[in-house]
Design a protein around this ligand. Sequence first.
Ligand code: 5GP
Ligand code: SF4
Ligand code: MG
Length: 464
Amino acid sequence: CGVFGVIGVTDAANFVALGLHALQHRGQEAGGIVSHDPVEGFNSARRFGYVRDSFTKQSLMETLPGPLAIGHVRYSTAGSKAAQIRDVQPFFGEFSMGGAAIAHNGNITNADALRRELIDRGSIFQSSSDSECIIHLMARSLQRNIPERMQDALRRVEGAFSIVAMTRTKLIGVRDPLGVRPLVLGRIGEGWALSSETCALDIIGAEFVREIEPGEMVVINQNGVESHFPFRKQPARFCIFEHVYFSRPDSIIGGRSVYETRRQIGVELAREAPVEADLVCPVPDSGTPAAIGFAHESGIPYGMGIIRNQYMGRTFIEPTEQIRNMGVRLKLNVNRALIRDKRVILVDDSVVRGTTSRKIKEMILDAGAKEVHFRIASPPTAWPCFYGVDTPQREKLLAATMSEDEMRDHLAVDSLKFISLDGLYRAVGEATGRDAKCPQYCDACFSGEYPVAPSDMIEKGFEL
Ligand code: 5GP
Ligand code: SF4
Ligand code: MG
């Protein structure tokens, strides 16, 4: 998901709509905005579909007045898969000291247990979302102000959270102690912005100030930014997959350009798994920077052998397998004239279920390619993510049941190689690779080492 908030500008909701539009790659199912105006109070709107289809209409935006607003773009990882408007954030709570709204990116790994406990004690849930627990935990806190109630609530929450929240007068940002999901602070005129990624600061002309630190809460009002560290300090474990796939290439994460990291992954891949061929092609768009790096390092010409229809969203965000299967053809087509009679290296960001790779290989061979070699910009995805990226159940992950050679045979390609975990760490700037004792990132979907035990899943029988 993507979260965004602005304080101290005229008609903040318009800025939030723009910010959410720039974060649309983080969630395409639905979006929501809450605003506050000193006269009109709190207002909210939640809509299915793209931000540009709803939050551009003047008639809707006029209902969201005020100098303070937050918003959320959703794709479902927790909660019911069937899209329901009641699951669309931000969520709102009314407390004795006033209202508050929160927008959450990440996934709470003890949400089922918390929900059971809260329901037993009288909480009335409105949605099936894990994020709603936070509002109910806040309602039970005895603290006298909303930021402190949030701190109380979040100390009980396990897993990943980057949160943008608001009261009548304050914009609040928090990251979980491991800092699994991103969150950044920006300056816009006399006001401030919080965003999942820097690309959304660019769109509103805000200046990037800094990242919110892992375990940090910032409370922003007209007097400026106050910083708190309410959690026990732990070594940070940012999601390495944000670098590989999830974030936009024009964002800056941890002082590094995501594009440059992805290009560097391609360089590492070319060193680790060279192959003789005539053409390096990305599987667009997610494989493009790595393909550029691969071509540069190997000296093999780069070409656009697959053309993407720009009017389709990301395939993995489509909820059912059937739509996903169709999706490959709806979204990608082969550039036959370029491919014919060539030995082709295809560079993609990840192999998850393997359906995309299989279809693409067939399309490339149909177009007359002589050989197809897959090079993948992440290690084999062998484990599900429980921290906010929607990977399927373990059984559906190709790498959970097959070795690299078996996957090559299953996909029926001439060769298949994944970047090593160390190679990936080098590409994100860790010169000596992965520190096995204390890994610098979360890489659980590749390593199976979960930095936070996924307790709800373990209770349901998931085996580590
Ligand atoms: P596959 O066909 O292996 O499931 O899909 C891999 C391709 O689709 C990659 O290009 C990746 O960009 C995207 N993708 C498909 N499904 C998922 C998923 O569940 N999670 C992630 N992270 N990426 C996916
Ligand atoms: Fe990111 Fe993978 Fe960790 Fe999930 S399991 S947070 S996708 S690195
Ligand atoms: Mg892709």
